[in-house]
Write a protein of this length. Structure first.
Length: 257
């Protein structure tokens, strides 16, 4: 199944990092968060990616061109200029790096990919969030209900400690409990090609023009994910994800290597 990765936004809430690179290329554990997302999909057999580029898209192109070329060992003959790869090991991915415009909105980026996606079911997610969602179960759920779109519903991690107060005393303190505000769109969507008729131009948003209208038309289903999910909106989020990685057991790392 083809996977669309939205990787063209400005990342305005992470300007400390995104002044020099696009947000999906901000690194966690020495690898771009986009790489982590792709490793997650590939673990479940999704290995063809359509990356919707915009802001600093050349950075992403350059990274993946170098990724193959520089991966593993090599022998260089400086007299002849011959380069011979040695013991090259690289992921079995197929990447389509598609320029979708610097100012294009999320729905508009998807619309520009319509000629590449054809009449098939496809997956799509944002380039700044990681999770341990079982993507095969997500796909099975999508096929079971017959709606045009399935969104992964998650509960966001709370940013502050929770207090239970009785009188003037704190009866219970919970450090960063799971948020109680309800479910939110966590990305990791499965879509049918019928969705393209909801998207008209570059200004279309994925949430307003597409998801809200699909919900109104009874064509949007929710797959509830109760385990780990975390977006990277701010520098604080980046540090939080980095601490997970440095712990040696990041909860979104479902792959073996």
């Amino acid at each position: 199944m083809k996977v669309v990765l939205l990787a063209g936004g400005l990342g305005t809430r992470l300007t400390e990092e995104t002044e020099i690179r696009p947000k999906p290329m901000v690194e966690i554990g020495g690898r771009p968060i986009l790489w982590h997302i792709m490793k997650h999909y590939a673990h479940y057999g999704f290995q063809e990616f359509f990356v919707a580029l915009g802001y600093k898209g050349e950075y992403i192109k350059r990274y993946f061109m170098d990724y193959y070329t520089l991966n593993g060992s090599m022998t260089l003959d400086l007299a002849t200029g011959l380069v011979q790869p040695q013991a090259k090991e690289c992921e079995d991915w197929k990447l389509h790096l598609i320029d979708t415009g610097v100012q294009t909105n999320t729905g508009g980026r998807l619309k520009r990919l319509e000629p590449y996606l054809g009449d098939e079911t496809f997956a799509i997610t944002y380039g700044d969030g990681v999770s341990n969602i079982d993507l095969q179960r997500l796909l099975e759920f999508h096929k079971s209900h017959g709606k045009w779109v399935t969104v992964s519903a998650v509960r966001p991690p709370a940013r502050f400690g929770g207090l239970v107060i009785e009188g003037d005393l704190v009866a219970n303190f919970t450090e960063k409990p799971q948020a109680g505000e309800g479910w939110i769109n966590g990305g990791f969507l499965i879509m049918e090609p019928q969705v393209f008729k909801y998207l008209n131009n570059d200004s279309a948003g994925l949430e307003v023009e597409l998801l809200e209208r699909l919900a109104a038309d009874g064509q949007l289903a929710a797959y509830r994910h109760y385990d780990f999910w975390q977006c990277m909106d701010t520098l604080r989020d980046k540090y939080h994800l980095e601490s997970f990685w440095q712990s040696g057991n990041p909860p979104w790392k479902v792959w073996e290597y």
